[in-house]
Design a binder for this molecule. Structure first.
Ligand SMILES: [Zn+2]
Length: 353
């Protein structure tokens, strides 16, 4: 099993590097700046990381309503992020967290391997891994859907940073955007453009007055994800809740517990919002999680206008299908400082009641 796992991993990594024309260069380390990645051992934080020890999360699936337990295990350098369905015994249980196995679904990000084994609602966990700068992990999961927890990435960030990170002896490789690519669908649009920093811009415009029009732009370095985005919860409109329930979805959703529900000018959420613009912040969280399926941190400028999970995945597919649009680069200190996960301090992760 282990040999098979390693084989699959390296086939996958090789495939990505081949498709991007990657030319890894020699890694150079740099001095510590006191971030969570390097508090224990100063220096060379520009290497890949995994978790220091097993980290467990338990809850219910937002759509299935079923109980689920996940265990994030340490993994070696160049492994990437993999899910392993521990409840599946008759087919290949390994599901890579990569863009090319995303199945188009409107309400969440769902990964499906060649044997038809799926893991769904991965986006908040993937955002937390990216926000912590974790490039390698094996995630055991005993059901199909990642637990929704409080609807944000905050519990994942809290658990992963409490466990801490382990440095690995390989440089981080990022996917640098070289040419602008855009996907559009009606009034929705998503773009990736060249940039020396990872930036996410987002615009949403809902008829519900309680959401309305919201715009936000953030550079994702220096712990921005932890401070600004990780605690923003998933949200929907009451009309969407009714539709989902009719279709057997959203069964684990509880307003105020793991989701914010808007109905016209009302916010159906005991305790209120965590941020006045919590919806657009959550859309940015989702975008980071979906971009984390690129196979490495994306060094570029993402702009989302009413975009969703499917559109961000379509954008990655177009990026990798467009000759010369992206290249895998080995990160030096300057590049690393412009990526999520760099400069993260555990004390900056919000505390909520
Ligand atoms: Zn979300």
């Amino acid at each position: 099993m282990f040999c098979r796992f390693v084989s699959i991993v390296f086939q996958s990594v090789a495939k990505i590097e081949l498709s991007l024309g990657a030319t890894p260069t020699r890694h150079e380390s740099a001095q510590s700046n006191g971030s969570i990645c390097c508090m224990a051992i100063p220096g060379d934080e520009f290497v890949q990381h995994t978790v220091k020890a097993q980290t467990v999360f338990q809850g219910v699936g937002l759509h299935s309503g079923k109980p689920v337990r996940i265990v994030v295990h340490p993994a070696s350098a160049e492994t990437g992020i993999w899910f392993r369905r521990t409840d599946v015994t008759d087919r290949d249980p390994m599901v890579p967290a990569l863009w090319h196995v995303v199945e188009q679904t409107p309400l969440c990000t769902r990964l499906v391997n060649a044997s038809g084994v799926a893991v769904s609602t991965v986006e908040h966990l993937m955002a937390a891994l990216a926000g912590c700068g974790i490039q390698n992990a094996l995630i055991d999961i005993d059901a199909e859907e990642v637990p929704i927890l409080d609807g944000s990435a905050l519990p994942f960030m809290d658990g992963l940073t409490r466990t801490g990170l382990r440095k690995l002896s390989a440089p981080v490789r990022a996917i640098r955007v070289l040419k602008p690519v855009t996907v559009e669908d009606g009034q929705s649009r998503a773009t990736l453009s060249p940039s020396d920093v990872m930036r996410i811009d987002f615009h949403i415009d809902f008829v519900d007055a309680a959401i309305g029009r919201q715009d936000k732009s953030l550079v994702m370095n220096n712990g921005t994800f932890a401070r600004e985005l990780c605690d923003s919860r998933t949200f929907c409109r009451q009309a969407d809740v009714d539709m989902m329930r009719r279709n057997g979805l959203g069964l684990g959703g509880e307003p105020g517990v793991n989701a914010v529900v808007f109905d016209g000018d009302n916010v159906l959420c005991p305790g209120g919002l965590r941020h006045a613009d919590e919806p657009v912040r959550h859309k940015m969280l989702d975008a980071l999680g979906d971009l984390a399926l690129a196979g490495g941190p994306v060094l570029g400028h993402y702009t989302g206008i009413r975009a969703g999970h499917s559109m961000t995945n379509a954008l990655l597919r177009k990026l990798f299908a467009t000759p010369g649009a992206a290249r895998m680069v080995t990160c030096d200190d300057t590049t690393m400082a412009n990526l999520p996960g760099f400069g993260l301090h555990r004390g900056e992760i919000p505390r909520v009641a």
